[in-house]
Design a protein around this ligand. Structure first.
Ligand code: NAI
Ligand code: CS2
Length: 493
C-alpha cells in the first residue's frame, strides 16, 4: 500500500525576485520546491520566473497553460511517496526556436525582467554545456556558435553568459544594484566558472565598445557557488503513469527521490530567501561539499552509466543490483575517490558511500543510464580526472576503476551498447569523438587520440604512461572478454 502525503500549495505568490535559466526537471524538483516551502511559510516576496533558452519550448507552454502550477512526486521507496503541488514558478518564458519554427520570442520581456531591481537573484540549471566553457580549462569557448552570435548582437543575446552580461549591463545603465548569479549545475566551483564566463565575454565586448562593464561586474556582482543534490530522472511515459497512479494528470509534473540537499555560499548582497529554514546549508566555502559530491556521487553515476550500458543494463537501480557493479562502485568510492577529498566536517566517507548505494538502489525511480551518459565530455574532468591526477601524484596510485570508466566511455562513444544495438551519442564533442573512432583501429592509438582531446583530458594526465597503459589494458579486456569480465578483473585485483 503506497502511503501518499499530499502537500497542497498555499496562495500563489505575487512577487518574483528570482529569474531562473533552465526550466528543466531538476529545477522543478529542487530549487522551486525549496522556494515553495519558503513561500508557504510566509516569505511572500519571492517567486520565480523560469526561462528556457534554445530548447524546451513545449515545457514553457505547458507550464503557462497550468498557470505555473505542477506536481512533484518524491519517492523514498515504492511504498512511500510525498506528492507536492508547486506554485513558486510564477512565470515561464522561452527564447530561441521551437521544433524548427521561430516561436514567440520572449527575449525583450526577459531582458526587461533582468533589468528590474525587483529581480535580486538569477539561478541557472542549463547543464554543464550551457555555460559554453572548455570542460578541462574552464575558459569560455569563443568558438561556440552561441557565443559568437552574442558577440555579433550583444543586445539580443541567446546564450546563458550573453544574457547575464546584457542583463547586468542594463542594471548598470539604470544605476541599479546588480542581481546575484547562482549556478545550480554540477560543475566544480560553479560560481567561479560562471563568473569567469561572464567576465571573459564582457571583456571582449568592452574592447569593442571602449567600455569597462567587466570591471563593474568584477567589483559589484556576487557569484556564490553551490552544491546541489537530488536524483531527478528525465520524465518518461512510465513516470507519467506513476503520477497518474497517484491521481495526478500533469504534463509538467516530475518524479524524484525523497533525498534533497543544497549547500550554498552565503553571498547575496541584494538579499535572498530564508532557505536555511528548510534545510539548505548556508556556508562560507562550498568546495568540500561540492568536490565530495561530484567525485563520489557523480563519479559513481558515470561509472554505472558507461560500464552499465556496455554490460546491457538500462537503469541505475538495475545496474547497482549487480554484485560486480556494486563492488566496482565500492572500490571506486573508497579506494580511489575518498582519499583525494578534503571532507566536510563530520562526514564519514564510508557512511556517505553506503547512503549513495542505497539511493542508487531506489527502484521506484526509472533513472536511465543513457541520461547520465549524456555530455560525458563535459562531466569526466570533475567526476574522474581531477581525482585520478591526485592519485597519480601519490605514492601508491589507485586508478583501476577510473581507467575502466575511461575505457568504457571510449567504447561507449562508438555508439553501440552491450546488446550490439546502436544509439546516438549525445555530447557536444560527439562528432570529434566518432571521427577518432573512424581513424584509429588499434586500441593503443585510439586511447592516445582520445586522451589527446585537450578539451577533456589535461595534458599531464594524457602524458602519464601509467594512466595510458591502464586505460588500454581495460579497453582490451572490454573488447576481448566483454564488459562483465573487465569488471570482474577490477573487483578481483
Ligand atoms: P533537463 O534536460 O530536464 O533540463 C535541461 C535544461 O537545460 C533545459 O531547460 C534546457 O533548455 C537547458 N539547456 C540545455 N542545453 C542548454 C544550452 N546549451 N544553453 C542553455 N540552456 C540549455 O535536465 P535536468 O534534469 O533539469 O538537469 C539540468 C542540470 O541540472 C544538469 O545538467 C545538472 O547540472 C543539474 N542537476 C541535475 C540533477 C538531476 O538529477 N537531474 C541533479 C543535480 C544537478
Ligand atoms: C547525474 C546527475 O545525469 C547525471 O549526470 O549524475 O544529474 C545526478 O542525478 C545528480 O547530480 C544527483 O544529485
Amino acid at each position: 500500500m503506497t502511503s501518499i502525503e499530499h502537500c497542497a500549495a498555499g496562495a500563489v505568490p505575487e512577487a518574483i525576485g528570482i529569474v531562473h535559466l533552465g526550466l528543466g526537471a531538476f529545477h522543478r524538483a529542487h530549487q522551486a520546491v525549496y522556494l515553495q516551502h519558503c513561500i508557504e511559510a510566509g516569505q511572500r516576496d519571492w517567486g520565480i520566473c523560469s526561462v528556457n533558452l534554445r530548447s524546451g519550448h513545449e515545457r514553457v507552454t505547458t507550464l503557462r497553460a497550468q498557470q505555473g502550477r505542477y506536481h512533484v512526486a518524491e519517492y523514498r521507496d515504492r511504498e512511500h511517496v510525498t506528492l507536492r503541488e508547486i506554485t513558486a514558478i510564477r512565470g515561464a518564458l522561452f527564447i530561441g526556436r521551437g521544433a524548427g519554427e521561430v516561436v514567440s520570442d520572449d527575449l525583450s520581456e526577459l531582458l526587461s525582467r533582468l533589468a528590474m531591481p525587483a529581480t535580486r537573484i538569477v539561478t541557472l540549471t542549463v547543464t554543464e554545456k550551457g555555460y559554453c566553457l572548455n570542460p578541462a580549462s574552464g575558459r569560455l569557448r569563443f568558438d561556440d556558435p552561441a557565443i559568437a552570435a552574442d558577440l555579433d548582437t550583444p543586445e539580443r543575446p541567446r546564450s546563458a553568459p550573453g544574457l547575464l552580461v546584457e542583463g547586468l549591463r542594463r542594471r548598470r545603465e539604470a544605476g541599479a544594484m546588480p542581481f546575484t548569479v547562482l549556478s545550480c549545475d554540477n560543475m566544480p566551483t560553479n560560481g567561479r566558472r560562471v563568473r569567469s564566463a561572464v567576465l571573459e565575454l564582457a571583456q571582449r565586448l568592452d574592447a569593442r565598445r571602449g567600455d569597462d562593464l567587466a570591471g563593474w561586474i568584477a567589483r559589484e556582482v556576487a557569484f556564490p557557488s553551490s552544491m546541489v543534490d537530488r536524483i531527478v530522472p528525465a520524465m518518461d511515459a512510465r513516470a507519467h503513469r506513476e503520477l497518474a497512479a497517484l491521481g495526478v494528470e500533469d504534463p509538467a509534473g516530475v518524479v524524484c527521490e525523497a533525498f534533497s540537499q543544497w549547500v550554498i555560499e552565503d553571498d547575496f548582497p541584494a538579499g535572498r530567501p530564508d532557505w536555511a529554514a528548510f534545510g539548505v546549508e548556508m556556508v562560507a566555502d562550498v568546495t568540500p561539499f561540492e568536490t565530495m559530491k561530484l567525485r563520489m556521487l557523480n563519479g559513481s553515476h558515470s561509472l554505472l552509466a558507461y560500464a552499465g550500458v556496455l554490460a546491457g543494463f538500462e537503469t541505475v537501480s538495475e545496474a547497482v543490483a549487480d554484485p560486480a557493479m556494486a563492488t566496482l562502485l565500492d572500490r571506486y568510492m573508497h579506494d580511489e575517490a575518498a582519499p583525494t577529498l578534503t571532507l566536510p566536517d563530520g562526514v564519514d566517507p564510508l557512511t556517505y558511500g553506503q547512503r549513495l548505494l542505497a539511493r542508487f538502489g531506489n527502484d521506484s525511480l526509472h533513472h536511465r543510464l543513457q541520461q547520465i551518459a549524456m555530455d560525458g565530455s563535459q562531466k569526466l574532468p570533475q567526476r574522474w580526472l581531477h581525482g585520478a591526477q591526485i592519485q597519480l601524484a601519490g605514492e601508491q596510485p589507485r586508478i583501476a576503476a577510473v581507467a575502466l570508466g575511461v575505457a568504457a566511455w571510449i567504447r561507449y562513444t562508438a555508439g553501440h551498447d552491450g546488446h550490439g544495438a546502436s544509439f546516438e551519442v549525445s555530447d557536444p564533442l560527439a562528432d570529434t569523438l566518432q571521427q577518432l573512432h573512424r581513424r584509429h583501429g588499434s586500441n593503443e592509438t585510439l586511447v592516445t587520440a582520445m586522451l589527446g582531446v585537450t578539451d577533456i583530458f589535461p595534458a599531464e594526465l594524457a602524458a602519464d604512461r601509467r594512466f595510458h597503459e591502464a586505460v588500454v589494458a581495460a579497453l582490451d579486456r572490454i573488447d576481448g572478454d566483454g564488459m562483465t569480465a573487465a569488471l570482474q578483473h577490477v573487483v578481483e585485483h
